[in-house]
Design a protein around this ligand. Structure first.
Ligand code: F6P
Length: 535
């Protein structure tokens, strides 16, 4: 029963609402050591949050009452916790060195993946012209795209010689054209990633790419040679024309947005090599172990999940910004949008009742310092208060120390500014020091005052490696899991994406054949008419 604990948190929130973090820091020089945890390879500083020890104690009680640890153990044991689809949730088994009932099939696919990687890396994967393939065009969307793309950008420094990876996700063929214009048909391996092999965008892009290859090569069988499929629907991949030796399997117990660790990571393994890919798995496994074994009050995903709940459900802060101060993680906000919003963007409980409370936050973000010159104005002075995650690395992969120092100074300054703010008195003093006096001070001071007391976590690692990336992503996966358990929702289905897909299939023939849509609202029908008239 979580209700009494929920109630206590509501009462606690009314006491905490006006507590100033600035004050908490002034009163307690040990606040950082109290509210930060290092679990290798990650340090999380959560001291710049509107919490005191009692807040966390109450939140841990809430987690105990919601049986977070029991559910966590069920997930790791492969119990069917995805209740609407009657599936296990076993992405953690993909990175575990410990034998589980799925280890055999996972190892087998990883070995097949390794053989294909070696073939490409050793220049033995030949095109229809007998030239070695070196360009990799990945076609997939959602979980079959966001993870490989993010990791590919994050780990460019580990790229094998002579391999270029390109991604095509959107059905908008401007993107496909852009990529096909960059590659030569005799250089290119196409990797189609689709768990279902039925996703409209992916099959449309794959069909057009296959047609392009056939036309350019003049050889029908070029698709057999130069296409790979990652899918759990091998029958569809075969009937598409892909050689069965080039089909890597996926499993129904891995959700799309949790699938980077599976054969979905194949393009990444092609790019950075199998050993580095295994490094990613090792990093994620380290976080899995931490999540499984650390007590609640030392457990990073639990603490991050609970602090998120504290803001969303008790302090009415419904958004969350992800701010990686590292260009290599520029796609992390997009990746976490799917991970978090597709998992916890739900409004009914596991039993199908309306929750009656807020659930998953709106996630957005941008790599620092770009975001500072765009939406940080709102983060500092806007009406909504948006808790932020800052993410940074001590050592860059480049040699320009001055740039890196500026980058990290900006990151620390942002979180400090959000927390401290600048009071009206301080603003007036500042204006006075600039010889601004009289009415100008009165006019400007309200605009130049920063309310502060805006919360953030800071996540730091020594450097960005396959291992640290694996650990960071697993940290977020488990954070999302913890929140889903507390909200009593199923974080592992995504039925909200279905209706749009169904309607697309009805609208498409109306767009193409000038047919009236039966039962269309007048807005949709008029827009169809407008498009038809104007195209
Ligand atoms: O957006 C819905 C979704 O089903 C995601 O969950 C999934 O990652 C994506 O589409 C792609 O699905 P598939 O891998 O089957 O092509």
């Amino acid at each position: 029963m979580i209700a009494p604990h929920w109630k206590k948190l509501v009462n606690h929130a009314s006491l905490m609402r006006d507590v100033e973090m600035r004050q908490l820091f002034a009163e307690d020089p040990k606040r950082f050591s109290k509210f930060s945890i290092q679990s290798n390879p990650i340090l999380v500083d959560f001291s710049k949050n509107r919490i005191i020890e009692q807040t966390l104690a109450l939140l841990f009680k809430l987690a105990e009452a919601a049986e977070v640890e029991k559910w966590r153990d069920k997930m790791f044991a492969g119990e069917i916790i995805n209740n609407t689809e009657q599936r296990s949730v076993l992405h953690t088994a993909l990175r575990s060195p410990i034998t589980t009932h799925v280890s055999k099939e996972v190892d087998l696919e990883l070995e097949r993946m390794e053989r294909l990687c070696n073939r490409l890396h050793h220049g033995q994967w030949l095109s229809y012209k007998d030239t070695p393939l070196k360009e990799v065009v990945v076609i997939g969307i959602g979980g079959s795209y966001l993870g490989p793309k993010l990791a590919s950008e994050a780990l460019t420094q580990f790229t094998q010689k002579n391999i270029n990876v390109h991604f095509v996700s959107n059905v908008d063929a401007h993107l496909l054209d852009e990529v096909l214009n960059k590659v030569a048909p005799e250089d290119t391996l196409f990797v189609v990633i689709s768990k279902s092999f039925a996703t409209q965008e992916t099959t449309a892009n794959a069909e057009t790419a296959a047609q392009w290859l056939r036309e350019k090569s003049g050889i029908r069988r070029s698709v057999r040679k130069q296409f790979v499929a990652i899918t759990s629907n091998s029958a569809a991949a075969k009937s598409f024309g892909i050689d069965s030796d080039h089909i890597l399997g996926m499993w129904d117990w891995v959700g799309g947005r949790y699938s980077l660790w599976s054969t979905v990571g194949f393009p990444l393994a092609l790019q950075i090599g199998m050993q580095n890919f295994r490094g990613l798995l090792t990093g994620a496994y380290a976080m899995d172990k931490h999540f499984q074994t650390a007590p609640l009050d030392q457990n990073l995903p639990v603490i991050m999940g609970l602090i998120g709940i504290w803001y969303i459900n008790f302090l009415n802060m419904r958004d969350h910004a992800v701010l990686p101060y590292d260009h290599r993680l520029r796609s992390l906000p997009g990746y976490l949008q799917q991970l978090d919003m597709e998992s916890n963007g739900k409004s009914v409980t596991r039993e199908g009742n309306r929750t009656g409370y807020s659930t998953g936050p709106i996630i957005f973000g941008e790599a620092g310092t770009n975001g500072q010159h765009a939406f940080h104005q709102l983060l500092h002075q806007g009406v909504p208060i948006v808790p932020c995650d800052f993410i940074g690395f001590c050592k860059p992969a480049h040699e320009h120390k001055q740039h890196h120092d500026i980058l990290l100074a900006n990151m620390l300054a942002q979180s400090q500014a959000m927390m401290m703010g600048r009071s009206k008195k301080e603003t007036i003093e500042l204006l006075a020091s600039q010889n601004i006096t009289g009415k100008m001070v009165k006019d400007l001071a309200p605009h130049m005052t920063f309310p502060g007391n805006r919360p953030s976590n800071t996540i730091m690692c020594e450097s960005l490696t396959p291992m640290t990336l694996g650990a960071i992503l697993a940290l977020y996966e488990h954070k999302v899991f913890v929140q889903g358990i507390i909200w009593n929702i199923n974080s592992f289905d995504q039925m909200g994406v279905e209706l749009g897909k169904t309607l697309t299939n009805k609208i498409l023939p109306a767009l193409q054949n000038d047919k009236q849509l039966s039962s269309a609202d007048c807005s949709t029908q008029s827009l169809i008419d407008y498009i038809r008239k104007s195209s």
